[in-house]
Design a binder for this molecule. Structure first.
Ligand SMILES: C[S@@+](CC[C@H](N)C(=O)[O-])C[C@H]1O[C@@H](n2cnc3c(N)ncnc32)[C@H](O)[C@@H]1O
Length: 500
């Protein structure tokens, strides 16, 4: 049956599912209204309907319809991503769009300028993460080549107050705990998929590496490694970190067998591709290959810490994953520290940090007998609505939004902390006081060699004191003292050269 009607006759509430052909005069310019019109016909059992909208040619009506179409395309691209056409480029009169890149799963798109100006750094970073989820090595290398610098810039900028920083502090706190409990013995570590040397940088903040750890950092993104090196250099000019740009899927040319006392891989293993072939070429599967490599480079008895984002998989999937580590990959799970981490420094039931944590010990070489790849699956939590993105009401997500910095954590009933800011302040203070002791010893010698006086010191000595930002005080009453110009409170706290 054919209907020939004015647009505003065909309204919500009318069922026209028996009509197979519609010719509509004077259709609405409003897109949601038009969508409603289509829905009157295109219903279950009547999908093969054809609708024509008649608009007078070369009139303001035609211009308005075209404008509405353009606006809709723009908003769809904004919502889902899409490629710019030559026409778009002309319209925006922009040639260089290299910093206007948006990546969505499986494909790389250039976003429209509208989309890019509206997207926050956080959202762009999430898009990168979604894209990185499950790439094979070649795809990852291509990604790094094209967007490695951009990813590195955004990642490091957002790290401290974001999910990565909270996980980094959780992992560093956990490493300290495992060291203190002698679960990790030996100090040669590998951080695989280290980003900007997240473990080395955080542990340095925490204790200035008084434990003499030697951390070997490996990441496929050289930009991140260089940024990490620079960050560490600022904190410790003498630092000479060991870095290697490469893939942890195959480290044969980089690290020898049984070399490390401990391995960390934070939020990285889920990036590797998991094949669909259940039986054949298991060794070639990149996630399997990476886990075999992790086992290979670890000493027997060595400890491996793996963390995954909370939304990478369900708790049940994670449990299956940990079982596979024991069954097929030669590890024994250290159950006290394996499960879901959670921050404990906020009483809120919605704003907290959480991740999946696996701590295990190498006990033997792997045997992939009976391994089913489906058991290594780490699939993102899905909702029907968003078809693959995070759950909208995920508390972890909300927390990230607010940029909470967590420093106290719990796994099962084990508590540990990583109060970096406090640790840095304490260490700075300790270093300052140690320096004061050295100055004191030197000033006692100067004072006594100068006839128990700081007056009329030799020129060279005066220059030395100025160079070291020291000002001596001698009021002639046996209480010689000094101030150090780097002292946070020098006026209120002149130091006596003889301890009181
Ligand atoms: C989410 S980031 C985590 C970085 C760091 N571990 C942290 O906790 O901040 C994932 C990292 O894994 C790295 N990565 C992914 N696949 C890799 C591979 N096959 N080999 C080495 N690094 C890889 C990425 O370059 C990225 O730096």
């Amino acid at each position: 049956m054919i209907i020939f009607a004015m647009g505003d006759i065909i309204r919500v509430g009318i069922n026209l599912s028996h009509i197979s052909r519609c010719i509509c005069l004077n259709p609405s310019w409003n897109k949601p209204d038009l969508a409603q019109l289509v829905k009157r016909f295109a219903r279950e059992g009547n999908e093969d309907v054809k609708i024509s909208l008649i608009v007078p040619c070369n009139t303001v009506h035609q211009a308005i319809v075209e404008h509405a179409d353009e606006k809709e395309i723009e908003s769809l691209i904004f919502k889902y991503g899409g490629a710019l056409t030559e026409e778009d480029l002309e319209k925006y009169e922009r040639k260089d769009l290299s910093d206007k890149v948006v990546v969505t799963r499986g494909r790389v798109f250039l976003g429209t300028l509208i989309r890019n100006s509206l997207d926050s750094d956080k959202r762009k970073l999430h898009m990168f993460f979604r894209y990185m989820d499950g790439l094979n090595k070649e795809e990852m290398e291509l990604f790094v080549e094209t967007y490695g610098h951009l990813f590195s810039e955004l990642y490091v900028k957002m790290w401290d107050r974001g999910y990565g920083g909270n996980n980094g502090r959780c992992v560093a706190g956990l490493f300290k705990e495992l060291e203190n409990e002698n679960i990790i013995s030996g100090r040669r570590y590998a951080d695989l998929g280290c980003g900007h040397m997240a473990l080395e940088n955080t542990l340095f903040d925490l204790d200035g590496n008084t434990k003499n750890r030697k951390i070997f950092n490996l990441d496929i993104n050289g930009h991140l490694l260089e940024t990490g090196r620079t960050i560490l250099k600022v904190k410790n000019a003498n630092s000479t970190p060991v870095i290697h740009s490469g893939s942890f899927t195959d480290m044969k040319d980089v690290y020898q067998d049984e070399y490390f006392d401990a391995i960390n891989s934070s939020m990285a293993i889920y990036c590797t591709k998991l094949g669909h072939n259940r039986k054949k070429n298991l060794h070639k599967d990149e996630r399997v290959h990476s886990l075999l490599e992790f086992n290979r480079i670890l000493k027997p008895g060595g400890v491996m810490v793996l963390t995954l984002p909370k939304n990478a998989c369900s708790n049940e999937e994670f449990e299956v994953f940990t079982e596979q580590m024991e069954k097929h990959f030669g590890f024994e799970i250290i159950t006290e520290y394996t499960g879901q981490s959670r921050s404990t420094d906020s009483s809120s039931s919605t704003n907290y940090f959480s991740s999946h944590v696996l701590v295990c010990r190498k006990i033997k070489a792997p045997s992939l007998k009976d391994l089913n790849l489906a058991d290594l699956k780490l699939t993102r939590t899905k909702t029907k609505k968003n078809g693959g993105a995070k759950k909208i009401n995920d508390p972890v997500e909300k927390d990230e939004e607010k940029g909470h910095i967590h420093t106290e954590f719990q796994i099962n009933n084990k508590n540990f902390e990583c109060d970096v800011a406090n640790a840095v302040e304490k260490r700075t203070q300790r270093a300052f006081l140690e320096n004061i002791e050295r100055i004191r010893a030197r000033l006692i010698r100067i004072y006594e060699d100068n006839g128990n006086s700081f007056n009329n010191l030799p020129k060279g000595t005066k220059a030395e004191l100025i160079l070291h930002r020291i000002r001596v005080i001698d009021y002639g009453h046996n209480k010689p003292g000094f101030i150090h110009l780097d002292d946070p409170n020098p006026v209120l706290r002149p130091w006596s050269i003889y301890e009181d």
